[in-house]
Write a protein that binds this ligand. Structure first.
Ligand code: NAD
Length: 234
């Protein structure tokens, strides 16, 4: 692969599953105990901010306790070796890519360790526990929320991401079900731009047929194996 062009890698909940952070579909997981419409929408937050903070406080505690797995570490190694060629886009709100050593990560669905003021747009490091009455450190309004993108909101960095997709030669999707848009459409964008496409997942995703190539297995195994090949170390 030496001499290859830009690689865009999209990661989803499956990348963090082996770090103990449940995916949407995990039986008995956090996501199944709560109604998504109540905890992951602006309407749900307006109706019951305490419930939404409880949900994200629990997720923040889980995310802070989790450690990166071999998939995060392999992607960090690839990014370190090929820094200007590898663009990491994640739907995950945990910071496991960064804690594995990745320096630039586009968090399209926000970050659980950040807080956002719904009144003035100020952002800051979230405390471990957030509550509805917490005042914004910039404007004082009791309108603080987790800096995560809810259903019905526009994901972050979209212009930059579409620019990278239009200019990549390889698009890789890792650990994502292909059920949440707009990320599910990235493979079609990359193909339209002439890129090769590869799906790495535990099982075929909802959009698996859109990929040129597919490899299935746990992220901690398929990702290090793929990175070794890309770096020509195999
Ligand atoms: P998803 O739960 O819909 O899909 C996860 C995918 O990962 C599935 O296709 C599953 O087969 C695969 N998978 C499970 N374990 C795996 C493993 N060990 N190795 C490889 N693949 C594995 O999640 P999604 O596609 O990321 O999208 C849904 C939304 O869920 C996103 O908005 C995301 O923000 C949110 N989410 C994030 C986290 C997190 O931040 N860690 C956790 C759960 C959900």
């Amino acid at each position: 692969m030496a001499g290859a062009g830009k690689i865009v890698i999209l990661t989803g909940a499956g990348a963090s599953a082996e770090s103990g952070l449940g995916t949407f579909r995990d039986a008995g997981g956090l996501w199944q105990k709560y109604d998504l419409a109540k905890v992951a929408t602006p309407e749900g937050f307006a109706r019951n901010p305490a419930l939404v903070h409880d949900f994200y406080n629990a997720r923040r505690a889980n995310a802070l306790a989790a450690v990166p797995n071999a998939a995060h570490r392999a992607l960090a190694r690839l990014q370190a070796d090929w820094s200007d060629k590898v663009v990491l886009v994640t739907q995950n709100i945990d910071a496991l890519h960064e804690r594995a050593g990745s320096h630039t990560v586009l968090h399209m669905h926000g970050e659980i360790e950040r807080a956002l003021c719904a009144a003035c747009g100020h952002r800051w490091q979230a405390p471990a526990e957030m509550r509805p009455a917490d005042p914004c450190p910039a404007c004082g309004a009791p309108a603080t929320r987790p800096d995560v993108v809810w259903f019905g909101e526009i994901p972050y960095h979209m212009e930059e991401i579409y620019g990278h997709l239009a200019g990549c030669t390889l698009f890789v999707a890792l650990g994502t079900s292909g059920s949440v848009w707009p990320a599910a459409g990235f493979v079609a964008e990359a193909r339209a731009a002439g890129a090769e496409t590869l799906e790495l997942n535990l099982e075929p995703s909802d959009v698996s047929r859109a990929f040129h190539r597919r490899r299935y297995g746990p992220a901690s195994e398929v990702v290090p194996a793929w990175v070794t090949e890309v770096l020509g170390e195999g």
